[in-house]
Write a protein that binds this ligand. Sequence first.
Ligand code: NAD
Length: 336
Amino acid sequence: DKVKVGINGYGTIGKRVADAVHQQEDMELIGISKTKPNYEAVMAQRMGYNVYTPSDKTSKMKDGGIKVAGTVEDMVNEADVIVDATPKGVGEKNKELYEKAGVKAIWQGGEDHEVAGFSFNADSNYNEAIGRDYTRVVSCNTTALCRLISNIDREYGVKKCRVTLIRRAADPSDIKKGPINSIVADPVKLPSHHGPDVQSVIPSIDISTMAVKVPNTMMHIHTVNMELKNDCSADDIKNLLAKNPRMHYLEPGITSTSETMELARDLGRPRNDMWENCIWEDSIDFYEGELYLLQAVHQEADVVPENIDAIRAMCELEKDADKSKSKTNKAMGIGT
Ligand code: NAD
């Protein structure tokens, strides 16, 4: 039987996870929730998705021309697992609802680790998610770092990792966030939350991170520096990462996130999504025994396949991490 999935919160992440669930052979999207009858609700309806709404919003949604399938409670009761993609802080408040319904739940990176008590990345700790009731899929930046670090750690051992994150300030559809003309130290004090967040997935990793925010909507960039336990060459690292479909070596001539997003358009990706870590192959190098590299992260996209793998592990649809990742990659077109 297919696992029934409901998506609570249909914004940047929710709409993408909904489409990805819809593409999987072993999952059924029972519906999504919207609080406003806006273009996203209209689009969900056009996609043929059931639109649920908080009970106090039912008449507003109907007045706005949306056919309401039921309340959020109805969706939660019908689902085997809920992907909560509501804004940061809202997900935590929904926990009681999920507990009451006895439904499995996945939160996103805006919530604290403690909300789920377990933080997930498919490349790092898939097996630990098997059969769990609650999981948090870590943020876009943490996801990309966990992928990179666990792949290298498994093969060559990571002794120490230092990362500077240059973060996009807002998503392309976001008209409320800034800055529009500044570079912001965010935070000023060491470490940025990303290092501890990586450790919520891979506790054994020695990592420190600093972050700045730039007036841009297109992707984050990580400058990564690692000391490894075992000797290897830049080519060894290049060959290792090339084996993982969720790592993408940027095509010749690309030196920016703008060109990377143009590439995504040229690839015909839905919503221009680059689900993979976008790595500059030529940046992979050793200096005085330490590994350096540059990667770009499409914040709207990289966590989407991770949500799918989390569902598969939690609902015990697949006990083998590699097999789950392959199914997800194939259904979504990742690594193509
Ligand atoms: P978003 O604001 O784009 O979408 C959230 C959606 O939830 C909106 O459609 C909003 O109307 C709806 N909503 C608000 N309150 C609700 C409620 N009570 N019930 C149901 N729906 C409600 O947010 P987002 O960017 O998709 O972020 C969602 C989560 O994913 C956050 O935890 C965020 O930190 C995390 N995340 C975001 C990104 C990113 O780059 N956008 C990347 C990785 C993780």
